[in-house]
Design a protein around this ligand. Structure first.
Ligand SMILES: Nc1ncnc2c1ncn2[C@@H]1O[C@H](COP(=O)(O)OP(=O)(O)OP(=O)(O)O)[C@@H](O)[C@H]1O
Length: 603
């Protein structure tokens, strides 16, 4: 990031501070200015008191001022620290809210799957919480240092201009060195971000409930612990290298500063012995020298901190200001209820320029009111077709249309409003049973009768009603209120099949939608439940348009059209009977599966 971007970042952080906590920011700014002026006033008053005492003049007003300055110096830090905390927290909340609002604008999946994006996101999460508040603090801190510096520099110039010049000149190399260190530090943080991501992944695996079974079964704990340690150690080595360089540079700079201060003091003592400086002057000179150096060091530190925070804030702002990942039409068309068909025309797709083609010219029509079943071996691209239908990605070539309108031209949220879906990797939310179903249609989140009807249709109502708190039971054992800590009924885990029924119930809240997508909706169910559910789904499908994916071919045999995908193209298409008569790949797969249910021949 170039230095020229820093003012923009600082300005953005200040605007964030103004919108998050204007009063606190205002108070903090005023106290910061006062805090910069107090030491200067204190030093000037001290000289007045000392010189007044030596000359036998009255020193009461100056002494009273000195006491007031001391009081200010004592009380101000505590008040400022309180305001600082409040500012940081308020800005953090606002900044994170904006970050997640920006995440919600990312409507596709490609960005989320991109490791560089995920690294940036993690750094934005880290820097977004405290970074903007820190930038505001740095800016105000720099103003404080400027006031301090301005006051003491004026005094120092009056006493010894050469010394003032020397003190200021010594700050130049410090600033340059600090800038270099910051750049290196930001580079180092970016370099280790991949390691940090992997470390967190291994740490998650070692502690997550979902991974616990396999980890124990396959004895993977030590393997992942070793890998986590390796990533941490490698990141630490980078960090230590950087810290060592920082210590050396800062040490060298401290020596230069001390030499300037020593020279100043020597000069002052010499001048005093010759009677050319008063005792008050010496006290002011010592304070001014220390003040100028502290002011300059403060400025360098604040600038360094601003630079560092701006470098991290850069990730945050890039994400917050990122354009939506899926191109948005200037005037998105409304998505009308489906009247004709959804069509895939010569759709080519790959997950990235370096990835192999998954679809290589797929042509497919999904007419209104029909059920189209997608069949194919693992990796044939069935789920990919479904993801394209929901516009999680755009086709690399070709088009998908909804009643003739390209999906790229419609409002993506409106499109998804018209689709109900159960995905292969459905979610298990750490929410109550009712909410786990209700999230299928946010408008029905609190509509208990609808939720219970959907649950009954998915065959899970009795199970949920019998839970300790019925539909209000939390479906996790890791999520509880402090008050529930001792309540053994808090948090329940469901079985895999029960979760799948819940996911189905979730989709049933969207039954009125135009397109129902079911990607392996019954893979985890027992045979009886699977049979019952398919009968229900069949009844439902008679009224709607559906795309169904299932490896259990008996569950899709009554689909209006079965489409077989292989090598990224449609290789067979027709009704179950058509395809059996054709005696191709589908017929072979079907017979293979059906054979598994035949009695084994004996003798
Ligand atoms: N997010 C992704 N990024 C990169 N490649 C992917 C991604 N998702 C799927 N693929 C690849 O695309 C190909 C098709 O995957 P897809 O999930 O569509 O297959 P499928 O037919 O649904 O398989 P299955 O029957 O195993 O569910 C696979 O080779 C897979 O590796």
């Amino acid at each position: 990031m170039s230095l020229r971007r820093i003012p923009g970042h600082v300005w953005a952080a200040l605007r964030l501070g103004c919108s998050a906590a204007p009063v606190v920011l205002g108070l903090y700014a005023v106290l910061t200015v006062v805090a910069g002026a107090v030491p200067v006033a204190g030093a000037a008053l001290l000289r007045a008191v000392i010189d007044g005492l030596v000359a036998g003049r009255g020193v009461l007003p100056a002494a009273a001022g000195l006491v007031a300055a001391g009081l200010g110096a004592g009380v101000l830090p505590a008040i400022r620290s309180h305001l600082h905390g409040r500012l940081l927290r308020a800005v953090g909340v606002r900044a994170m809210d904006r970050l997640y609002a920006a995440m919600n604008r990312i409507t596709g999946l490609a960005a989320m799957e991109n490791p560089a994006f995920r690294d940036r996101l993690r750094m934005a999460q880290q820097s977004g919480r405290a970074g903007p508040g820190q930038l505001v603090d740095d800016t105000l801190g720099a103003i404080e240092s400027l006031i301090l510096l301005g006051g003491f520099l004026t005094a120092l110039i009056a006493l010894n201009p050469l010394l003032a010049l020397l003190a200021v000149a010594a700050a130049g190399p410090a600033l340059l060195a600090q800038l270099r260190l910051n750049r290196r530090r930001a580079g180092m943080l970016w370099r280790v971000s991949g390691r940090a991501r992997r470390e967190i992944h291994y740490a998650d695996l070692l502690t997550s409930l979902s991974a616990a079974k396999e980890l124990r079964m396959y004895g993977l704990g030590e393997l992942f612990r070793g890998r986590m340690r390796h990533e941490m150690a490698a990141a630490n080595r980078e960090q230590t290298r950087h810290d060592t360089r920082e210590v050396l540079v800062r040490g060298a700079l401290a020596v230069v500063t001390a030499m300037v201060a020593g020279a100043g003091l020597l000069w002052a003592i010499t001048e005093a012995t010759r009677g050319r400086l008063s005792i008050g002057d010496i006290s002011l000179l010592a304070a001014a020298l220390a003040g100028v150096q502290a002011g300059l060091a403060g400025l360098v530190d604040r600038f360094a901190s601003t630079h560092e925070n701006a470098l991290l804030f850069d990730h945050y702002r890039k994400l917050v200001n990122a354009r939506p990942d899926l191109p948005l039409p200037a005037h998105p068309a409304a998505v009308e209820p489906l009247r004709g068909a959804i069509e895939l025309r010569d759709v080519w797709f790959r997950y990235g320029p370096d990835h192999p083609w998954v679809l290589r010219g797929v042509n497919l029509s999904i007419p209104r009111g029909q059920t189209v079943a997608l069949v194919g071996l693992n990796g044939a691209g069935k789920s990919t077709v479904v993801k394209l239908l929901c516009r999680f990605y755009d086709p690399t070539k070709g088009s998908i249309t909804w009643d003739g309108r390209d999906l790229r031209d419609v409002d993506v949220a409106a499109l998804r409003e018209r689709i109900g879906a159960v995905f292969q990797d459905y979610m298990t939310y750490e929410l109550s049973a009712a909410e786990n179903i209700g999230v299928g249609n946010v408008a029905a989140l609190t509509d208990r009768p609808r939720i219970e009807t959907a649950a009954a249709r998915a065959g899970i109502h009795d199970t949920l009603a019998a839970l300790p708190n019925g539909y209000d039971t939390m479906l996790t054992n890791a999520y509880y209120d402090e008050a529930d800590r001792t309540d053994p009924t808090t948090g329940i885990l469901l079985s895999g099949g029960q979760w799948q029924r819940l996911a189905l119930a979730r989709s049933f809240l969207r039954e009125d939608r135009d397109l129902l997508v079911l990607d392996e909706p019954t893979a985890g169910l027992d045979p009886q439940a699977e049979y019952e559910l398919h009968v229900r789904l069949r009844r439902h499908r008679e009224r709607s348009t559906s795309v169904l994916i299932s490896h259990r071919l008996n569950t899709i045999r009554d689909a209006d059209r079965i489409v077989v995908l292989a090598d990224g193209v449609v290789v067979e298409e027709g009704s179950h009977e058509d395809l059996l008569n054709r005696d191709g790949g589908y017929a072979r797969l079907f017979r293979l599966q059906a054979g598994g249910y035949q009695p084994v021949a004996t003798g």
